[in-house]
Write a protein that binds this ligand. Structure first.
Ligand code: GUN
Length: 279
């Protein structure tokens, strides 16, 4: 049976350390979150981010817009937040309403306040093998989890399923920067099951059931980033946990694996940006 990569346990440890650090700070970071539209999942995520920040002693402000907000209104607000010295981190919750160009919006954020690491500046640094101000939250959380369990990355074949800007692309780069051999698969990939079989570390970020029994090689490390409700209303990930955990060496559960690590990384990034701002 596979060892469970316990994201909740590591998150709690990170929160404890962060809380101690924040308690000693004379002033606190402030995270500004922009939420546009009425996506119910986004509303839950933003609420969790706000509550978590406050529990740790990070100040937060949520700026909400209806779904008919214009791109200019959001960009004007970001410029205002960029110029506000009391705001040390800015997050634009995705997805944005369909009529808004997310790249125009994200690239307005000052790279030093870009807590998600999603601006062209920070992505560019990452893809050039240089240090961005901060790394995107979910990929950072995945690496922290692998490191916590002393899983070696160098020289390993890492197979990433999905090529999103939030997870697939940045995690592939971060693995490459750690000297893994990386294959990124997507909806047009041929012979997907053959490629998955060659993975030493499999990272699935698709949002659909894609990894079943007999897909992986023995002792593969399996990271499940997917989270969705199945037909019966149960929360599940991309991987058939019960079956795959019989042959994997390590596996992250859903819920309780990567999800808690994403929020832990967001809090870490908020404090890191604050420390840069006061240097
Ligand atoms: N939507 C889903 N996950 C994320 C995330 O990590 N950051 C942002 N900004 N939006 C998201």
């Amino acid at each position: 049976m596979a060892i469970i990569l316990d994201g909740k346990k590591l998150r709690d440890k990170i929160f404890e350390d962060l809380k101690n650090k924040l308690d000693k700070m004379p002033q606190k970071p402030t995270l500004a979150v922009i939420l546009a539209g009425d996506n119910p999942a986004s509303q839950i995520y933003v609420n969790t981010k706000k509550k978590t920040a406050e529990k740790l002693g990070i100040k937060s402000v949520v700026i909400e817009y209806p779904s008919n907000v214009t791109e200019k209104e959001i960009i004007d607000k970001i410029n205002e937040l960029n110029n506000d010295k009391t705001i040390t981190a800015i997050l634009v919750q995705l997805p944005l309403p369909g009529h808004i160009n997310k790249h125009n919006v994200l690239d307005t954020i000052l790279p030093q306040k870009d807590v998600d690491g999603l601006t062209a500046f920070n992505c560019g640094k990452l893809f050039a093998g240089e240090k961005p101000y901060v790394y995107p939250c979910t990929p950072k959380g995945i690496l922290l989890l692998l490191d916590e369990y002393n899983i070696e990355i160098e020289g390993k074949h890492v197979v990433v399923l999905g090529r999103s800007n939030l997870v697939g692309r940045p995690v592939a780069q971060m693995m490459l920067n750690r000297n893994a051999t990386v294959t990124t698969c997507h909806s047009k990939t041929k012979n997907l099951t053959d490629i998955i079989k060659t993975a030493d570390i499999l990272i699935s970020a698709v949002g659909k059931s894609v990894v079943g029994e007999n897909f992986i090689k023995n002792n593969c490390v399996v990271i499940d980033v997917g989270i969705f409700k199945d037909e019966t209303g149960h929360i599940r990930g991309d991987v058939d946990f019960d079956k795959v955990s019989k042959t994997a060496s390590h596996i992250s559960p859903v819920p309780g694996g990567v999800g808690p690590m994403t929020i832990a990384s967001l809090m870490l990034n908020t404090v890191e940006l604050y420390e840069i701002s006061t240097l």
